[in-house]
Design a protein around this ligand. Structure first.
Ligand code: CU
Length: 72
């Protein structure tokens, strides 16, 4: 992502409910079972941020992480 540039975040669940959360960037997006959720986000700071699934979704929940890089 680029600082100051809006991006559309789209989260689609193929099975149960999942959530996409990046605490440091105050992003929270929840997709219900087999549904899609969408939001627009404009990062205001650069850096590397770790996101997690925010809804307890099953045995793999603890390892559902991802990394976002925001550059200038
Ligand atoms: Cu989960």
């Amino acid at each position: 992502m680029k600082k100051g540039e809006a991006v559309d975040l789209v989260l689609t669940s193929a099975d149960v409910a999942h959530g996409l959360r990046i605490r440091e960037l105050k992003i929270e997006l929840n997709a219900s079972k087999a549904k899609t959720a969408q939001t627009t986000f404009t990062p205001q700071k650069t850096g590397t941020f770790t996101g997690h699934c925010s809804v307890f979704c099953g045995s793999g929940h603890g390892v559902m992480t991802f990394t976002i890089h925001v550059v200038s």
